[in-house]
Every structure is written in C-alpha cells, then in structure tokens.
Design a binder for this molecule. Structure first.
Ligand code: SF4
Ligand code: SF4
Length: 141
C-alpha cells in the first residue's frame, strides 16, 4: 500500500490496500536485507520462517511473504504496511505487476501519467532481470 509516504495519492478506503493481497517474492539476499533493515528501522527481530515461505519460480527458488486470509502478513488491521519504510521493491513498483502489465483493479491506475507507468514498468523489468540472476537454481529435483 502506497499511501504513507505520499508517493502515490492513494485512498485506501476505496481499495482496502488491494496491492497487499498479492504475494511479493524476494530472493534470499533480499530476505536477509529486509530482515536487517526491519531490525534497524523498527527494532524488530523477525524469524524468517514465520514470515516467508519458499516459492518455486520458473527456474528456481524464491521466497514469498506469507499471506494470512489473503492478506500480506505485514498488513495491519488498518490496512497499512507495518514495514512500509523497508517494503520490498516489488511492493514499491505496484500497480505495475509485470514487465508490461498493471493491476487494472487499482483505483489509482487511471490517474497516473503514462510516463510514470512507463517508468515503473522499466524499473520492474530491471528488477526482474536482477532477481533472475540471483535466483537459486534447483539441484536436480
Ligand atoms: S491498491 Fe492502488 S490505490 Fe490502493 S493502496 Fe495500492 S497502489 Fe494505492
Ligand atoms: S510488505 Fe507491506 S507494502 Fe508489501 S504487500 Fe506487505 S503490507 Fe503491502
């Protein structure tokens, strides 16, 4: 959910933070970095086994944030992100959800200038390239 830093002018009463109902995926390095950032920023010590699960990518393994009843484990009762200052890159890039796709259900999509969407898509593509390079390979499963 994008409201708290004012980067996007979201009204979460309209969408109930729809963007936090998808499972963001991270590489192993990103999980480690996220845990360290949350420790520094929020003085919280997360047990990665409680907050992440293994997720199979096309060619290897990623780590997905756990969901509880269809909501990201970091979303609080007020539909705000508990770790907003440290949220993963894929959360920051929403409403872009693929290299050439936006989530049309997000109410802010139609209000964003085309250049902003294009810029988010470019960043998304770069991010995915980076993740593929860091993907953990299957070991002859
Ligand atoms: S779903 Fe869209 S409008 Fe709602 S918080 Fe997320 S980015 Fe903002
Ligand atoms: S980490 Fe935060 S911004 Fe990302 S999906 Fe979870 S609650 Fe939403």
């Amino acid at each position: 959910m994008r409201m708290q830093d004012g980067a996007l002018d979201c009204d979460i009463k309209l969408c109930n933070s729809l963007c936090c109902r998808n499972c963001a995926v991270l590489t192993r390095d990103e999980v480690s970095e996220l845990i360290a950032n949350i420790r520094n920023e929020y003085a919280l010590e997360l047990d990665p086994r409680k907050y992440f699960r293994l997720a199979k990518g096309e060619h290897g393994i990623y780590y997905a944030m756990k969901m509880i009843k269809g909501r990201c484990i970091f979303l609080n009762k007020e539909n705000r992100c508990r770790i907003y200052k440290c949220r993963p890159a894929l959360c920051e890039l929403y409403p872009v959800i693929d290299v050439d796709a936006v989530d049309e259900r997000c109410p802010i999509v139609n209000k964003l200038p085309g250049e902003k969407i294009d810029s988010l898509k470019r960043q998304y593509a770069e991010k995915i390239d980076e993740m593929i390079q860091k993907e953990e390979k299957f070991l002859f499963v």
